[in-house]
Design a protein around this ligand. Structure first.
Ligand code: ZN
Ligand code: ZN
Length: 166
C-alpha cells in the first residue's frame, strides 16, 4: 500500500472546458517526505480552490503540515508547524517544466510536495547563535558539555564538524 498517494488524486473533469468552473477541496493525507536533515509529516492538511482555465487548472490555497529537523551544527532535534500559501498551474499541454494534467484526474502530490520541501531550510539551525559540537570531544558547546582542550586537530570530530559547517 502506498501511503499518502490516493488523497492527492482529485477528479477534475467537471471543472475543465468552457466557463472555467471552480470548486473547493480539502486534502487530509499521511506523508513521509525526507530531506537530509528534515522530514515532513506525518499529517498534511490542505484547503484548496481548484479553477478550470484555458488549457489547465489553477490550484490555490493553504497547506499545513509538520516538519522534524536536526540542527546542522549540534544535531539537536525539534519539530515545527509548516504553513504555506500554495499557488500552482497544472497544464494540459506538454510543457516539460510544468506539471502535467490528464484532463480526468489532477495528481497534486508532486506540486504540493515540491512547494512544501521548498519551504523547508536546507541547513536547519536550532537557533541563530548555535555553537555546535566541540571538534575534539563532540560535546554540545551550547550546554557547556565540553571541558575545553589545549589542542584540537586530528580527532574524528574535526572532519565531521567541517562537514556540517561547509
Ligand atoms: Zn544547534
Ligand atoms: Zn570538547
Amino acid at each position: 500500500m502506498t501511503r499518502g498517494h490516493a488523497p492527492f488524486r482529485i477528479p477534475i473533469s467537471d471543472l475543465l472546458g468552457d466557463g472555467g468552473r471552480r470548486r473547493g477541496i480539502t486534502i487530509d493525507a499521511e506523508v513521509e517526505w525526507a530531506l537530509d536533515l528534515s522530514s515532513v509529516g506525518p499529517h498534511l492538511h490542505a484547503d484548496l480552490t481548484l479553477q478550470g482555465a484555458a488549457g489547465g487548472l489553477l490550484v490555490r490555497g493553504v497547506i499545513e503540515t509538520e516538519a522534524a529537523h536536526s540542527c546542522h551544527r549540534c544535531l539537536v532535534e525539534w519539530s515545527e508547524l509548516v504553513r504555506i500559501e500554495f499557488s500552482e498551474v497544472l497544464g494540459l499541454d506538454d510543457d516539460p517544466d510544468g506539471y502535467p494534467l490528464d484532463g480526468e484526474v489532477a495528481d497534486l502530490e508532486t506540486p504540493i510536495r515540491d512547494a512544501v520541501l521548498l519551504a523547508v531550510p536546507i541547513g536547519p539551525t536550532c537557533k541563530p547563535d548555535c555553537r555546535g559540537l566541540c571538534a575534539s570531544c563532540g560535546g554540545d558547546l551550547n550546554t557547556g558539555a565540553c571541558p575545553g582542550h589545549d589542542e584540537e586537530g586530528d580527532s574524528p570530530f574535526a572532519s565531521l564538524r567541517e562537514l556540517f559547517d561547509s
